[in-house]
Design a protein around this ligand. Structure first.
Ligand SMILES: [Fe+2]
Length: 364
């Protein structure tokens, strides 16, 4: 397991794009009006999503340029932060059970997140997870403290988001509504571009072999089924800009050399990791193809004022997943019906596969 990077202060995540107060106020009014007028629609209503996407075209030009550049080219940090985005001035209680009754309780934050996310991709969700919600509440849940899930409070190991899924997100956005009480928890990001120079040539060679398996997340309701992928590689694609797939909780090296390379990878990530203490009004965008992420530990009170982030996923091309989604829906059908990930460079593998021993793995 990778160590908790909170022991040492990580380098900051950048670039940071800050909205001016005037920009935020203008968006707040417009997004709030849109959210309140359409609050009776389900979040995955295509008409609402189109309106939210269109609202995103009215984001300030300096932000749109950065988002579109990031969508096409990424950056060396594998992430960017937008500060001072509009969120609702009066927040409901942090949902103790991890579920908000209606997105209409947060019209501004909801439209803000959809508007930004839809500028970098097509919003997507997964029926297995959080009831297929397009925006998910990331909050601590009592009793889940030690789980490797977004509901836990222990150090959340670095991971690719839903890396086991055949239509895993290309991008993850996180909007912070409330930080942890002590404001000490870092959301951390480890980028391939910054980690690679620290790896030996032999290590890269091994990481490019399909010598790893990913266990499906328990938050996907897959725990009891023990689903895991066929053999996959950690690195694939061009040397100068590889795809990066890793999970220090749910990935299983299949050979001794794969284990050794995974350990070297861990050290390289620790040496280059970046982190941010997200504050209310911060929006973090992660390139899930080129970076892994995690979170350092924090203390929860379970008193309705706990840390509260909201998460949304996007893919570059929603059409690729059409066979996995009901017609007209952004929500991928349960894994049990569509199978697990197949990756370039895979050996012929069992796909939706063998039972595995031990506890299921999860992340968020
Ligand atoms: Fe995650």
């Amino acid at each position: 397991m990778i160590d908790d990077p909170a022991k040492e202060l990580p380098r900051p995540i950048g670039p940071v794009i800050s909205l001016t107060d005037a920009e935020r106020e203008a968006l707040d009014e417009e997004f709030g009006r849109l959210g309140r007028s359409l609050h009776s629609l389900p979040l995955d209503d295509e008409g609402f999503l189109t309106e939210a996407e269109f609202a995103g075209t009215r984001l300030p030009g300096h932000l749109l340029r950065e988002l579109r550049r990031f969508r096409r080219q990424g950056n060396s940090a594998g992430a960017l932060i937008i500060r001072n985005v509009p969120v609702d001035p009066v927040l409901p209680a942090t949902p103790l059970g991890g579920r908000l009754e209606s997105w209409g309780e947060l019209p501004v934050a909801t439209v803000t997140q959809l508007a930004v996310t839809s500028q970098i991709g097509d919003v997507i969700a997964y029926a297995d997870e959080k009831e297929g919600a397009l925006i998910q509440e990331v909050v601590p849940i009592k009793g889940a403290e030690k789980l490797q899930e977004n509901s836990g409070t222990v150090y959340l190991e670095l991971h690719t988001e839903n890396g086991f899924h055949p239509h895993k997100p290309d991008f993850v956005t996180l909007v912070c509504l409330r930080p942890d009480h002590a404001r000490t928890s870092y959301t951390v990001v480890g980028a391939a571009a910054e980690m690679l120079p620290a790896l030996s040539g032999h290590c890269v060679e091994v990481l490019r072999k399909p010598s790893y398996r990913l266990h499906a997340s328990s938050s996907f309701g897959a725990g009891k089924q023990g689903l895991r992928t066929g053999p996959v590689a950690v690195l694939s694609g061009p040397d100068h800009s590889p795809e990066f797939l890793a999970d220090f909780h749910a990935m299983e090296p299949l050979t001794d050399e794969a284990m050794t390379a995974f350990s070297e990878l861990k050290n390289a990530l620790l040496a280059t990791i970046r982190g941010a203490r997200l504050a209310a009004g911060d929006l973090l965008v992660i390139d899930n193809r080129a970076a892994v992420h995690g979170r350092t530990s924090f203390a929860a009170r379970y008193d309705a004022t706990d840390r509260w982030l909201r998460r949304c996923f996007a893919v570059s091309d929603i059409r690729r997943s059409r066979g996995a989604r009901p017609a007209g829906s952004r929500v991928c059908a349960p894994l049990a019906t569509i199978g697990l990930a197949a990756f370039p460079g895979d050996l012929p593998g069992p796909g939706i596969s063998d039972r595995v021993e031990g506890a299921a793995c999860s992340n968020s």
